[in-house]
Every structure is written in structure tokens, then in C-alpha cells.
Design a protein around this ligand. Structure first.
Ligand code: ARG
Length: 404
């Protein structure tokens, strides 16, 4: 075999563009790029052309939209994966899939290493590298941005000197990552957690000041945990999330402002736009609550929190995460029904739910005529329920009086 081969996760941005040339020079390597279409709305063919024009040996593009939705987003929906109760993990969920394709191409090409453009301060480096290790522990990982120590200006200089196209208007000073499940925005003025995010950071959601004066009502249908119906029409999961992003955004819903705890120990201020994710997560939870007995509703959140943490911390391909998936999938089997959602002026509320599996029993719940609840049974129930407390109270009373 000839030269060293390296497979680089390529976004088309400045960092990974510079990385193509840098890897070639430093490792005397042939660089293969991998770009995934995760519904981020970027023209991946343009990205592919760019990689080739900079000198990639081959530039691979994979349309993984359905795979991402079915195998990464759907399990996360069932698990209600939301980090620190705010962030639905769009970026975090995409990293193990990127790692999967890096490994796939590396194995096909007999590459010695894979590479990515992450810096040394973030979570993404951890997610990609731990995922690569889980899938093929023999592959090396190179993180150029962690090694080269170039400032932004030096990077641009390097790009100019090497004929690497630099966008004419240097983008706004934000770092943005997006896919169908959400958009993550950081850096620039957002680094001051006291400063309200300027309107320009938002692309998917309107300012609630400029939203329709009439609410939108949506009926979302779930079959065995899978959202399949919107306003009475069947949708692929991808199109359904896309449509919820659109409608949610139009009504100004889906903005998150979060000072979060990164795995590497720092707090960082992040802005997210994720209307579709937040609508589906809320609708799913509501329906699950309708069809599941109380113990499930009370117990599952403990596992949900752990699940979100595992995803955030790069442990997608881990025994614990996979075992939790089996748990979540079992419960999802009965999550069939319809949820009614109202969107209005930046807010989302669930206003109705129904299911053939509904455990809500009107006869038991009503205070009106038709009440079937056995009121007399409560007397004995309370006696036994309160027995430990009553016993303790009796003992303490005796102790106080000096009778024991
Ligand atoms: N803080 C989020 C996370 O760790 C978003 C990261 C965004 N990544 C990026 N390369 N801009 O999941």
C-alpha cells in the first residue's frame, strides 16, 4: 500500500478545509473526507466538490437522514433524552453516527487513522473519539485543531497561502452546528451569560412579537411510540420533524438558553433552536403518561436523566445505554394515540390526548353522576396506608409522657 490514509469528518467549513491540507503535509497522507447529510440544510454536493478542490483523494457523502431519525433520534425520544432538563441533544446525537461512518470508510480504505475538526475544549471530541474506539479500537484518531495551535487569523493566512477558499464575508462570530433535531449556537456575545441573545442568532424561530395572532392546533398521532401522523396525514419521521420545526418556528416556539456543564469541566452558554424536538418530546411524555400505570410514570424519569447524561457524555455505544434502549423500547410499544398541541406566541401547550390504551377511566375520575369509584374502600385503605405513621406517632407520644 502506498501513502498513509486518513479519513476526515468534513463539514465544508474553514477548520476542516484547512485540516485537509494540514493532514496531507504533516502525515504525508492521502485524505478521504466524509460528510453526512443529517438534514442540516447544507448542500452536501457543494461540500463534496469543495473537499475535492482542496485536494481530498476521495470525498464521500452519505445521506443518513432516515438512519439518524430512526436509530438515534427515535430512541432518544422514547428516553426523553434532554440534558440538564433543557437541551434535547441534537449535536450530541449526531456524533456517534459521524463516528460510525468514519470507521466504515476507514475500514474500507485501510486507513491508519480518522480525523475530526473539534477543538480541545468541547464535548464533540469526546463523543467522536469514544465512539470510534467502541467501533474499532485499533483506529487512531487525529484532532488537528487540538495540535496546530493556529489562531483564527493564522488559519485564514494558511488558507490563503494554500489556495483554500475562505468565505468572503467571514461568518458572524458564532459557532453553529445543526441537524434535523436542532440547532446549536455558541460563541461571540453569547459567551456573556448576562447578555440576551441578539435576534440574529435565531434562524428557525421567529421572534414571538412577529408571530401569527391566531394559535395553531396540531394533532400528532403515535403508533407504538413512533410519531407517524400530523393533522391526519402520514409522514416519514424526517418530514414530520421538519414540519414541526417549521410550524413551531413560525409561532416563535423552540428557543432554549442554557448555561450547561460540559464534560471537560467548564460551564458554557449555549443557545438552541429545536421546536420539533421540544414538541415531540412533550407530546410523547403526555401520551406515555396516559397509557402507563403510575409506577412507570414515577420511575422512568430516573432512567431518562441517566440516558441523557450518557448521550451527552459520549457513551452512545455503551452497554448501559443499549440496555436502557431495550427498556425504553418495551414501554414505547403501548404509546399509541393522538396528542393535541397548541402553539401560540412562543408557547406550546398540550391541550388534549386520547388513546385506545388510555388508563384514564371516566367512571373512576368523575365527581358527577356515573361515579363508579368505591368511596367506602378508601376507609380501610387509609387505615393501612397510614399505619406506619400512626404507629410512630403513638410511640413518640408515649415517650414524651415518660410512659416508655
Ligand atoms: N454544547 C452542545 C453540545 O455539547 C452543542 C455543541 C455544538 N457544537 C459545535 N461544534 N458548535 O452538545
Amino acid at each position: 500500500m502506498g501513502k498513509n490514509r486518513i479519513v476526515l469528518a468534513y463539514s465544508g467549513g474553514l477548520d476542516t478545509s484547512v485540516a485537509i491540507r494540514w493532514l496531507q503535509e504533516q502525515y504525508d497522507a492521502e485524505v478521504y473526507t466524509v460528510t453526512l447529510d443529517l438534514g442540516q440544510g447544507k448542500d452536501v454536493e457543494e461540500v463534496q466538490k469543495k473537499a475535492l478542490s482542496i485536494g481530498a483523494k476521495e470525498a464521500f457523502v452519505f445521506d443518513v437522514q432516515e438512519e439518524f431519525l430512526n436509530e438515534y433520534v427515535l430512541p432518544a425520544l422514547w428516553a426523553q433524552a434532554v440534558y440538564e432538563k433543557r437541551y434535547p441533544l441534537a449535536t450530541a446525537l449526531s456524533r456517534p453516527l459521524i463516528a460510525k461512518y468514519l470507521v466504515k470508510v476507514a475500514e474500507e480504505k485501510g486507513a491508519m487513522a480518522v480525523a475530526h475538526g473539534c477543538t480541545g475544549k468541547g464535548n464533540d471530541q469526546v463523543r467522536i473519539e469514544v465512539s470510534v474506539a467502541a467501533l474499532n479500537p485499533d483506529l487512531k484518531v487525529i484532532a488537528p485543531a487540538r495540535i496546530w495551535g493556529l489562531t483564527r487569523e493564522q488559519e485564514i493566512e494558511y488558507a490563503n497561502a494554500n489556495g483554500i477558499p475562505v468565505p468572503a464575508t467571514l461568518e458572524r462570530p458564532y459557532s453553529i452546528d445543526q441537524n434535523i433535531w436542532g440547532r446549536s449556537i455558541e460563541c461571540g456575545v453569547l459567551e456573556d451569560p448576562w447578555v440576551e441573545p441578539p435576534e440574529e442568532v435565531f434562524e428557525w424561530t421567529r421572534n414571538p412579537k412577529e408571530t401569527p395572532d391566531e394559535p395553531a392546533y396540531l394533532e400528532i398521532g403515535f403508533e407504538n411510540g413512533v410519531p407517524t401522523l400530523l393533522r391526519g396525514q402520514y409522514y416519514s419521521l424526517f418530514n414530520l420533524v421538519a414540519e414541526l420545526n417549521r410550524i413551531g418556528g413560525e409561532h416563535g416556539f423552540g428557543r432554549v438558553d442554557h448555561v450547561e456543564n460540559r464534560l471537560v469541566g467548564i460551564k458554557s452558554r449555549e443557545i438552541y433552536e429545536c421546536p420539533g424536538a421540544l414538541i415531540l418530546l412533550a407530546a410523547y411524555k403526555d401520551l406515555e403518561n396516559l397509557v402507563m400505570p403510575r409506577d412507570v410514570t414515577h420511575f422512568k424519569p430516573y432512567l431518562e436523566e441517566k440516558y441523557a447524561q450518557l448521550v451527552y457524555e459520549g457513551l452512545w455505544y455503551s452497554p448501559l445505554k443499549e440496555a436502557l434502549d431495550a427498556f425504553m423500547k418495551k414501554l414505547a410499544e403501548q404509546v399509541t394515540g393522538v396528542v393535541r398541541v397548541k402553539l401560540f406566541k412562543g408557547n406550546m401547550t398540550i391541550v388534549g390526548r386520547k388513546s385506545d390504551y388510555s388508563l384514564y377511566d371516566f367512571g373512576l375520575a368523575t365527581y358527577d353522576r356515573g361515579d363508579l369509584f368505591d368511596h367506602k374502600a378508601s376507609e380501610g385503605f387509609i387505615k393501612l396506608w397510614g399505619l406506619p405513621i400512626r404507629t410512630q406517632a403513638i410511640v413518640h407520644k408515649k415517650v414524651k409522657k415518660g410512659e416508655r
